[in-house]
Design a protein around this ligand. Structure first.
Ligand SMILES: Nc1ncnc2c1ncn2[C@@H]1O[C@H](COP(=O)(O)OP(=O)(O)OP(=O)(O)O)[C@@H](O)[C@H]1O
Length: 206
C-alpha cells in the first residue's frame, strides 16, 4: 500500500508563506479532500503532493510498505487532472489515448477503444481535442486520471465544466476506484466530495 507522508512542509512564493507546518499521512485505500477559499493554497498543496513542485521547507516522502520510493519515480505513481494542466489539443482523442499509454499504461487491460467508450466519447474518437467542448475536455482529463494504472489519483476541481450527466459519470468513476488507490481532491463544491470521509481545511496551516 502506498503512503504519502509530509513532515512540516511549507511553501513560500516570494515573501508570502502559502502554508506552513503541514503534517499529513495519506494512505492508499482512502480519499481526502482539501477545502478552503480561493487562493488558500489547495492547488499548490496538491502540486507538492504530486511531486510537481518543490516544498520550501520540510520533507515529503512516498513509501510502499515502509520502503521509500525514489523521488525520480514518484511521477509513475501519480495521475493528476487539474484546470491548469492542458491536453495536447492538436491530437485526436484516439491519438491522445495512444500517446498517453506510451508513458502511463491504462489499468486492467483497458485499450484506447474501451477508454473512449468509458469516457462516453466513442463518437469523437477521430476529432481533434481542440474541437471538443469544455465539458468533453474535462471528461478526457478525468478519464486519463481514473483509467491510468497509478495508485495515486489527484483531482483539482473535478466537476468544473461538467453538466449533470458528467457529474453523475464522475461519481460513478470515483466509486470504481480500487481499494489500493489513494484519491486526493481539491474543491470548493461540496457535491463533488460528498462521498469523502476526510475533509481537510487548508486554512489551518496559515
Ligand atoms: N507561481 C506562483 N507565484 C506566486 N504566487 C503564486 C504562484 N502560484 C500560486 N501563487 C499564490 O499562491 C496562493 C495559493 O494559490 P492556489 O492556486 O494554490 O490556491 P487555491 O486554493 O487552489 O485557489 P482556487 O480555489 O482559486 O483554485 C495564491 O495567493 C496565489 O496567488
Amino acid at each position: 500500500m502506498l503512503t504519502i507522508t509530509t513532515e512540516n512542509i511549507g511553501k513560500k512564493y516570494r515573501r508570502e508563506w502559502i502554508f506552513r507546518r503541514v503534517n499529513l499521512t495519506l494512505a492508499a485505500g482512502a480519499s481526502y479532500t482539501f477545502v478552503g477559499p480561493n487562493g488558500s493554497g489547495k492547488s499548490t498543496l496538491l502540486q507538492l503532493l504530486a511531486g510537481n513542485l518543490p516544498a520550501t521547507e520540510g520533507t515529503l516522502t512516498y513509501s510502499m510498505v515502509d520502503k521509500l520510493i525514489d523521488s525520480d519515480d514518484w511521477f509513475r505513481q501519480v495521475s493528476i487532472a487539474a484546470p491548469y494542466l492542458e491536453l495536447v489539443e492538436e491530437l485526436t482523442l484516439d491519438e491522445l489515448l495512444t500517446f498517453h499509454q506510451t508513458f502511463k499504461p491504462f489499468r486492467n487491460g483497458l485499450t484506447s477503444e474501451s477508454v473512449a467508450d468509458r469516457l462516453l466519447l466513442t463518437h469523437a474518437r477521430n476529432k481533434e481535442i481542440k474541437y471538443f467542448s469544455s465539458g468533453m475536455k474535462q471528461r478526457v482529463k478525468l478519464g486519463l486520471a481514473f483509467f491510468s494504472n497509478s495508485p495515486i489519483v489527484i483531482l483539482d476541481e473535478p466537476t468544473s465544466n461538467l453538466d449533470q450527466q458528467g457529474a453523475a459519470w464522475y461519481h460513478e468513476q470515483v466509486r470504481q476506484l480500487g481499494a489500493d488507490q489513494l484519491l486526493l481532491i481539491g474543491s470548493n463544491q461540496p457535491e463533488e466530495y460528498d462521498f469523502c470521509p476526510n475533509v481537510i481545511d487548508v486554512m489551518q496551516w496559515k
